[in-house]
Each structure stands twice: as structure tokens, then as C-alpha cells.
Design a protein around this ligand. Structure first.
Ligand SMILES: [Cu+2]
Length: 149
């Protein structure tokens, strides 16, 4: 009976350690809640633990139709990261649903959304457009002034 207590403690410690080995999502590309304006090359999810090939990623459209052509694999040489192939997507809201199976066989799962926008005006782009319009305006004024004189 005296030996049972340390054994029980060890068992509890072991169970806790295993429970902590579940893969949690650390980083995601595209990021949760982000607005993406470039064409996506892949979905890339990095987890706190090495994951196995049973892990999966599904992508859904706004109407929760699964997007075909999404195939997930553990990145070669980087067992913490799950990557996908990526078909050409049309603009819209998408939901990423992932399942990560850690090396102890236990799955974790989650989901998040991102938006693929057709076009967005960044401050840099706005500045470029303004400058172009300014130059065009000056050019037109000079040209008309030259004709009238
Ligand atoms: Cu586990």
C-alpha cells in the first residue's frame, strides 16, 4: 500500500504529460480573421507538437460547400507544420477546418475564417494612384496651354 502512492503519483504525472502533448495551433497562413488580397499558394498551419499524416485540413465556401483540390500533408522535414495544395479561389469568405493528430494518436481540431478580397486600396496604392492622376492633370494643362499660345 505504501508503494501504491508513488506509483499513483507517477501515473498521474504521466497522464498529465501525455495530455499536454496534444497539438495546439500556433500560427496559421492565412491568419484567422484576415483579409487576403493576393492569390493564395497554400494553407500553412503550424502546431505546438509534431503531427502525423492522419491530420487534415478542409476548406469551406460561404455556403459551407467543401472546396475541392485541398490536400493536406505534413511538410517534409518540418513535422510541426501541415500544408495544403491550393486550387484557384474566387473572392469570398472561407472557413478552414483542421484536425491535427499528434504522435500519441490524439486528435485536436478547430476552425477559423478568412476573407479573400478581390482588390484592396492600401495607403501605398492610394498614393501611387494620386501621383499618377496629378501627373496626368499637369500634362493635360501644359498640353492645352501649349496649344492655346
Ligand atoms: Cu494525447
Amino acid at each position: 500500500m505504501k508503494r501504491a502512492v508513488p506509483v499513483l503519483l507517477l501515473y498521474l504525472l504521466a497522464v498529465t504529460a501525455v495530455a499536454h502533448a496534444h497539438a495546439e495551433l500556433r500560427t496559421a497562413v492565412p491568419a484567422p480573421g484576415s483579409i487576403v488580397t493576393y492569390s493564395l499558394a497554400e494553407i500553412r498551419l503550424t502546431f505546438s507538437e509534431p503531427i502525423t499524416k492522419e491530420s487534415a485540413i478542409l476548406l469551406f465556401t460561404e455556403g459551407f460547400q467543401p472546396v475541392t483540390g485541398i490536400m493536406a500533408q505534413v511538410e517534409p522535414g518540418n513535422p510541426h507544420t501541415l500544408i495544403t495544395t491550393m486550387p484557384r479561389l474566387s473572392p469570398g469568405d472561407y472557413t478552414v477546418q483542421w484536425t491535427a493528430v499528434s504522435t500519441d494518436g490524439h486528435p485536436t481540431s478547430g476552425s477559423y475564417t478568412f476573407r479573400l478580397a478581390r482588390f484592396a486600396l492600401s495607403p501605398t496604392r492610394l498614393w501611387q494612384i494620386s501621383l499618377t492622376l496629378l501627373f496626368l492633370g499637369v500634362f493635360v494643362i501644359l498640353w492645352r496651354w501649349n496649344r492655346n499660345s
